[in-house]
Write a new protein. Sequence first.
Lengths: 114, 117
Amino acid sequence: GQQVMQIPQYQHVQEGEDFTTYCNSSTTLSNIQWYKQRPGGHPVFLIQLVKSGEVKKQKRLTFQFGEAKKNSSLHITATQTTDVGTYFCAGPGYLDTGRRALTFGSGTRLQVQP
Amino acid sequence: GAVVSQHPSWVICKSGTSVKIECRSLDFQATTMFWYRQFPKQSLMLMATSNEGSKATYEQGVEKDKFLINHASLTLSTLTVTSAHPEDSSFYICSAPFQGGGSDTQYFGPGTRLTVL
């Protein structure tokens, strides 16, 4: 079945440093999504990438979708303590019913030291 | 934006009892909802797809007789953990797809933290 892996599993940075998490899928994805989950919270949708090679920015966050549509990255410039949380990539997977759920990556937990 | 609610937000129960978790889409209709389970420091794993008007579809390894799902209306899906045991302790999260945010994107409920003693 479809597998989505993320590296690193965990990263601890000093406030102001940059951070990057990488996502790799075993299959080609029609799109990839990124979610952020704060400690004790639920996943919150950040962005969706659809096109091969697409790059999108949200303030200090830069998202990329690989040319082969099998990998993606999230880069945070100058991290802040508010960036703390676990970042998940997720790809849609067709179920037997034809309905689409999400296959989540393993997640990267970010800790920011003030 | 659209909101998905869950109730209760946390529950503690004794081993052997059943627990019902509700998932509601507050301002949109959802013919499909998804139930995920998340163990501490792990990713979300899809348990089942809740389908309004038909039976739920369960992922491999998820016992349908233990995790009963009922999609009672276009805005409500319930997950009942029957005869709960300590190994069922987890964070249960529902989600519903939404339109306008791109295909396949989903709104997630706030989750229900279940602790079975």
